[in-house]
Write a protein that binds this ligand. Structure first.
Ligand code: MG
Length: 236
């Protein structure tokens, strides 16, 4: 795919895994919550982990999945408080700020579009300070549908003005990219390095990047050939 920034005026960006390291979320739900749950009920950690993972999966692709109040009630734990216990793991992926600055300089409309719950959003914006780079932040909880649902994208158009054929979406969820494709969003980018602790695997269905630096053209050009980009090494 050739991506020419002249053809794009709106950029939609997912938060967890796309802009922020998903290691925080994976660690939180798969390690920290089971640990606290096991302590509370005096059961082995492994038992709590298996039980909770099954419980979480039962709500996949629904808004409950990211609803902190839902999980606080279901598990009898103060989930927002537990998040703060490990909030040192919240981190912005490399080159995200450079990319957001590039978009600002080139006067693109930039929206954070996330399934995250308002309490997760508040914590992450407080920790990362990236909120000011966006024209608006939209939580799927405000629209009443998760991004996995193809009806989400037309509903989003009632909140923010965007033309699907002049819009780019960056996501670490192929399901969400597929639902956006159904609506006609033209430039779909899969972020394969969603976690700093999981080796990236390129998508078979969408143009993949490890880092957003790959979408910043060099030498004053406005064009990126996504097929021609060699996968970079980690920085440092
Ligand atoms: Mg994500």
């Amino acid at each position: 795919m050739i991506l020419n920034w002249k053809d794009i005026d709106t950029v939609l960006l997912d938060m967890d895994g796309t802009l922020l390291d998903r290691h925080f979320d994976d660690h939180f739900w798969l390690e920290h919550v089971p640990k606290r749950y096991a302590e509370k009920h005096k059961i082995p950690f492994k038992d709590a982990q298996v039980m909770l993972v099954n419980h979480f999966r039962s709500q996949e692709n629904t808004l409950n999945w990211t609803d902190l109040d839902y999980w606080s009630a279901q598990l009898g734990l103060d989930i927002p408080l537990l998040k703060e216990e490990v909030d040192h793991l919240i981190a912005v992926h490399p080159f995200v700020i450079e990319f957001l600055l590039y978009l600002k300089q080139h006067r693109k409309a930039v929206y954070l579009v996330t399934n995250a719950h308002s309490k997760t959003l508040a914590l992450k914006m407080r920790k990362t300070r990236i909120g000011s780079y966006f024209d608006a932040i939209v939580s799927a909880h405000d629209l009443g549908l998760p991004k996995e649902d193809a009806a989400f994208w037309p509903k989003l158009a009632s909140r923010i003005r965007y033309t699907p054929e002049r819009t780019m979406l960056g996501e670490d969820s192929e399901t969400n990219l597929s639902s956006a494709a159904e609506y006609g969003i033209r430039y779909l980018i899969y972020v394969s390095r969603f976690s700093s602790t999981i080796p990236p695997i390129a998508s078979r269905n969408f143009s993949s990047i490890h880092y957003f630096s790959q979408l910043i053209p060099q030498d004053g050009s406005t064009e990126i050939n996504l097929a021609g980009i060699p996968l970079p090494h980690d920085p440092i």
